[in-house]
Write a protein that binds this ligand. Structure first.
Ligand code: SAM
Length: 419
């Protein structure tokens, strides 16, 4: 029987095949049960190996290119990539090489290539670990790099790529009055843990004292700044990070999302934290009502979350983004109709593309005569005035706070409706 490390590696190769071959995102593969048969330790290990291989893919391919005369089938290539990343990050050579030879050797389709895997990984083990730290920081694929360089410049994008390669620490949002399980208090109030381990084992998890939420993702609800008792609609709510912030501030929250399964996670999160909200499973474009404030965290490219989701730029090619941009514009218009006179709408996306942020707000301001941007709402602790954009939104990027470990890319704007 295979040991735990080999089981985790075999699963990581399967996940890499799905992401790089089928264009599926890691969360989709996990939701479809890809790792369900593994022990919790092997599951965590398989996910970690997959993420690290994706982060180091460009370097692994460069190293392997020198040892391969022709490109082998994707599964063999992914075994070599995974082995290369592990070897270059200091794993014991005999364990990695034997494991990869066993995995490929047992494959009916690729078994004859186990000699190649053995020979190539032995060469990588000899020279890879020295070469690795001298190689350039892996770049985003051209389909995403091009538009980002156009929007933010080459230097900023290089900073983003450094942040993507480094990965993300674990950020927590605390329930008011609760204490943190250690960590660093960030200028915006979130708690950052650099070595977190298993989240559910951290002090305060079971008591619902906090929830996991990137520091950037915690800002939209702070910008909305609800007053206790206000009726607030969280229009794309699941899994509920922002719903919990709004409810913890005392707002009467209606949380709406189209996805039943994601809403089940929101319900679990509310139960764990002892917070409450009215839950609606439905389409934001069809919802009726009148609210004091609306938070619209619209579905988007999620290009701001690549530090934690390095699968995204590898699995996608940008071809779906046009439909999302159109949906965001429709949702913005719909959200405006759900707002009482004098009310405020906070629009946000975890995207690095101006088309999903700055450009949406410029467009909607031209359309509604009773709409204005509330710049004062962005005047929050820890928010650098340099992050505020021309049209009055807040642009957050992974290359910000490099000494602290970065933040997710986000765009946030607060819109006021005339009385
Ligand atoms: C960025 S996520 C929301 C994250 C959430 N606000 C949080 O803080 O945890 C976007 C959400 O929009 C939902 N969604 C997509 N299309 C929708 C629609 N037409 N109506 C309502 N929700 C929708 C998705 O199911 C997804 O949960």
């Amino acid at each position: 029987m295979a040991d735990g490390a080999t089981t985790a590696r075999r699963s990581a190769i399967y996940l890499l095949d799905q992401i790089l071959g089928e264009g599926r995102l890691l969360p989709e593969c996990l939701a479809a049960g890809a790792l369900d048969r593994l022990s919790p330790e092997d599951r965590a290990r398989a996910q970690r190996l997959t993420l690290e291989t994706l982060r180091g893919l460009e370097r692994a391919d460069r190293l392997l290119g020198g040892h391969l005369q022709k490109t082998p089938a994707l599964t063999v290539r992914n075994a070599l990539r995974l082995g290369t990343v592990e070897l270059c990050q200091g794993a014991a050579a005999h364990g990695v090489v034997n494991s990869m030879v066993e995995i490929i050797g047992r494959s009916r389709k690729h078994g004859r290539l186990k000699g190649l895997v053995n020979a190539v990984l032995r060469k990588v083990a000899a020279e890879g670990p020295d070469a690795w730290p001298r190689m350039r920081v892996p770049r985003l694929p051209d389909w995403l790099r091009g538009p980002l360089v156009e929007a933010w410049g080459a230097e900023a994008v290089a900073g983003m790529e450094r942040a993507h390669f480094a990965g993300a620490p674990l950020d927590l949002t605390l329930k008011p009055g609760a204490s943190a399980p250690g960590g660093e208090v960030l200028p915006t109030g979130s708690i950052r843990l650099h070595e977190a381990g298993q989240v559910s084992a951290l002090p305060g998890f079971a008591d619902g004292d906090w929830w996991v939420q990137d520091a950037a993702a915690a800002l939209p609800a702070r910008v909305l700044n609800p007053v206790p008792g206000e009726r607030v609609l969280d229009l794309c709510a699941a899994p509920g990070g922002k719903t919990m912030q709004l409810a913890a501030a005392g707002a009467a929250v209606t949380a709406l999302d189209i996805s039943e399964t994601r809403m089940a996670r929101l319900r679990d999160n509310l139960n764990r934290t002892g917070l409450s909200a009215e839950l609606v499973v439905g389409d934001a474009l069809e919802h009726q009502g009148q609210y004091d404030a609306v938070l619209l965290d619209a579905p988007c490219s999620a290009t701001g979350t690549i530090r934690r989701h390095p699968d995204l730029p590898q699995a996608k090619d940008g071809s779906e983004f046009g439909g999302l941009i159109e949906l965001q514009a429709q949702m913005l218009a719909r959200a405006w109709g759900l707002l009482k006179p004098g009310g405020r709408l906070v629009y946000c996306t975890c995207s690095l593309l101006p088309d999903e942020g700055e450009v949406q707000i410029e467009g909607v301001l031209d359309f509604f005569a009773d709409m204005s941007v509330d710049r004062a709402a962005l005047d929050l602790p820890g928010v650098d005035p340099a992050w505020i954009t021309e049209e009055g939104g807040l642009r957050l990027r992974p290359d910000y706070w490099p000494e602290r470990g970065g933040m997710d890319g986000f765009y946030i704007a607060c819109l006021r409706k005339a009385r």
